[in-house]
Design a protein around this ligand. Structure first.
Ligand code: PLP
Length: 386
């Protein structure tokens, strides 16, 4: 009998949970297809769903509903934060600080802003992926308008002390944005804890649908909209709202709130077990990222002498979905910009594997993956028959 596939790429995306799918259903049929901007009954059904979804997101983040803007995902929320703030406050200053290890949604937006004449500083992390608040402090200038530092890195899983960074940023008179796409649902992500002025989250990393996300913008902080249209989302983002996806997002968040602590504890045990077993079974395994300040579901290891370009297809053949870096760069197999920023040499970068656990991951799966990897790395082949 063939064995079921093992999915260890939850940092790339998570499967849609049944409750979220059920919550989306009415908005995908003629039961509730109205436009949330219409004043009639059909429109008001959609408007009601949007309002209650906004409340769910606001409660989860410790914010007010008026501070939540729905977007098409994390990428759009990151773009809206960086472009929106830099344009809104351009008379105040044109300097943006971010880091070399951000997701491309932030990095490429920062590069775009440079083409518009903005000045960007890209901070380097330490070898464990930590951005020291002192480095942020040193980089601040009177013209610094915004600092954008991700809450946790999607490749190596290192979690930043955003609160400490917020303190230095605010003392320097600037605003702080954090991309919390990877931490939302795994760690405490409330605006009180983080102290950030803008926070990005995404639905498909928390078992919601792809194509929905949200940006928290603190009351009183201005963002210049870049999607101009019918004044939706309080004029911050034009376009008819994707009510089905937003309803699914909210339901996924509602479910997640009841289980994240237990899941985080369970996954931390599985994660540490996986790291220990890999070290025990495969010579030359080194962990990338911080030992303890890391996402509960993230294992990023280099297998010295190995090559992810060979290991990943072999794992796939053996029935395991894993990744070398972020999904967006995995196709091109470019050396990870994150590992390079952390100062890793070519051998370590080339052999890095990212295994990210999720709600469905079991101890038995972890043990099987270790077995498969140990066999692949000693040259034995595993064929998976679906
Ligand atoms: N930011 C981080 C840290 C991510 O991991 C991702 C997705 O991989 C994104 C932003 C982009 O989010 P989305 O896929 O919802 O556009």
């Amino acid at each position: 009998m063939s064995e079921a596939r093992i999915y260890l790429d939850h940092a790339a995306t998570t499967p849609l949970r049944a409750e979220a799918r059920a919550a989306m259903e009415p908005f995908l049929t003629d039961a509730a297809f109205g436009n949330a901007g219409s004043l009639h009954w059909d429109g008001q059904q959609a408007k009601w769903a949007l309002d209650s979804a906004r409340d769910v997101l606001a409660q989860a983040l410790g914010a007010h509903g008026s501070e939540i803007t729905f977007t098409s995902g994390g990428t759009e929320a990151d773009n809206a934060a960086l472009v929106g703030v830099m344009l809104a406050y351009r008379a105040r200053g044109s300097h943006l600080i971010t880091t070399q290890m951000e997701h491309e949604a932030v990095l490429n937006t920062a590069r775009f802003l440079e083409t518009l004449g903005f000045d960007v500083t890209y901070l380097a992390p330490g070898s464990d992926g930590v951005i020291a608040p002192e480095r942020v402090k040193e980089a601040l200038r009177p013209s610094t308008t915004l600092v954008s530092v991700m809450h946790a890195n999607n490749e190596v899983g290192t979690i930043q002390d955003i609160r400490a960074i917020a303190e230095v940023v605010h003392a320097g008179g600037a605003l702080l944005h954090t991309d919390a796409v990877q931490t939302f649902g795994q760690c405490v992500v409330t605006v009180q804890e983080l102290g950030a002025d803008l926070v990005t989250v995404s639905a498909h990393k928390v078992y919601g649908p792809k194509g929905a996300g949200a940006l928290y913008v603190k009351e009183g902080v201005a963002i210049e909209p870049f999607l101009h249209g019918g004044g939706q989302e309080r004029g911050r983002r034009g376009g008819t709202e994707n009510v089905a996806a937003i309803a699914g997002f909210a339901e996924a968040v509602r479910c997640m709130r009841g289980e994240w602590e237990g899941e985080a504890a369970r996954m931390t045990i599985l994660r540490d077990g996986l790291i220990a077993m890999l070290r025990e079974r495969i010579p030359g395994v080194v962990l990338n990222g911080h030992q303890t300040w890391r996402l509960p579901n993230n294992v990023n290891v280099s297998l010295r002498g190995g090559d992810a370009e060979i290991l990943l297809p072999a794992l796939d053949m053996a029935g395991v979905s894993a990744s070398a870096g972020s999904a967006c760069t995995a196709g091109s197999m470019e050396p990870s910009h994150v590992l390079r920023a952390m100062g890793m040499d070519a051998l370590r970068t080339k052999s890095a594997l990212r295994l990210t656990l999720g709600r469905g991951t079991t101890r038995a799966e972890i043990e099987r993956v270790v077995e498969i990897l140990a066999n692949i790395s000693t040259g034995r082949r595993f064929a998976h028959s679906p």
